[in-house]
Design a protein around this ligand. Structure first.
Ligand code: HEM
Length: 278
């Protein structure tokens, strides 16, 4: 079926969408890239970064390209924010680091959410689009590499912070210690971001599974078996924060609890009475 010709209502709409439009509120033309908004946001350049509608190999290719571009932009912001976290940890500005990590977590959620849009592409359509992707690999994503690089530096900054306080990371969670709440909060936010980032990759894996499959003999365009993703997607960014969980569990003793149903004493930490003991 031809998508050119300008005969149907849909064709006429596509033609209209490609031209400037009159904004009745502002009483001005929008879309030529000349208003203050368009100049600041650089919409002229931004919206010319996609393949022309008439040159798409499939109508879904625009969605495929835009999701990839949007992911790169979010990943760029993520690594920029992580550089901010490095600076904040290095100057002991833990409230600021926490606030920024809150943002970082939300960005990681955006990344995962966007993949849900890409998942609406059916496998037959991807087999068409994939012919024009060369030997491209997700490992070539500059945004992904930037986040890994930045996360390594965040981990190093956390180590420096712990050294300055003279404690090991497991001590942040130790029940005998006076809880260093600010540090514990930062550690938990880092774990939360790490989890969100892994969930993005898990979501990516599920998308790969429903798009090209993960069976034996199914390879990516660069020849890598799609199955390799299973081993990579839950590799943590902040290994020590996950290892300490294992350490806490390894050191756990059953003594001090109650048999199910047994009578219990009042516990200070649960009754509003202040206590430094956990
Ligand atoms: C239908 C769409 C997609 C398919 C079929 C797909 C497929 C694949 C496959 C098979 C791999 C593993 C082989 C390799 O590294 O070359 C991979 C890796 C990767 N892809 Fe995608 N991908 C898609 C979309 C995306 C998007 C939107 C992003 C966002 C930037 C992305 C980012 C990545 C990253 C970062 C890796 C490396 C992950 C790792 O090695 O753990 N992919 N992709």
């Amino acid at each position: 079926m031809s998508t050119t010709g300008g005969n149907t209502a849909a064709d006429q709409l596509r033609e209209a969408l490609a031209k400037p439009m009159f904004n009745a509120v502002l009483k001005t033309w929008v879309g030529a890239g000349t208003t203050d908004y368009e100049v600041y946001v650089r919409t002229g350049e931004l919206l010319s970064l996609q393949t022309e509608i008439g040159q798409l190999t499939d109508p879904d290719e625009l969605m495929f390209q835009i999701v990839h571009q949007a992911q790169e932009v979010w990943l760029k912001l993520l690594s920029h924010e992580l550089a901010g976290v490095v600076g904040e940890l290095d100057r002991d500005a833990l409230w600021e680091a926490s606030a920024r990590l809150d943002r970082v977590i939300r960005i990681a959620e955006c990344l995962a959410g966007e993949l849900r849009v890409l998942e609406t592409m059916t496998p037959d359509t991807y087999q068409v689009i994939r012919r024009s992707l060369g030997n491209g690999s997700g490992q070539e994503s500059p945004g992904y590499n930037a986040v890994l690089t930045a996360a390594d530096q965040v981990a190093a900054a956390l180590d420096r912070l712990l050294d300055r306080r003279g404690i090991r990371v497991v001590d942040v969670y130790a029940q005998w210690a006076v809880p260093p709440h600010d540090l514990k909060r930062v550690c938990e936010l880092l774990v939360e971001f790490d989890e969100r980032f892994q969930l993005w990759l898990v979501g990516h894996f599920m998308m790969v599974r429903r798009t090209i499959g993960i069976g034996h003999g199914v390879n990516a365009l660069d020849g890598v078996p799609t199955r390799v993703l299973t081993g990579r997607m839950t590799k943590p960014l902040f290994r020590s924060l996950w290892q300490l969980r294992d350490e806490l569990t390894a050191g756990w003793r059953r003594e001090g609890g109650y048999a199910p149903g047994a009578a219990r004493k009042a516990h200070a930490g649960c009754t509003g009475t202040s206590s430094s003991q956990g």
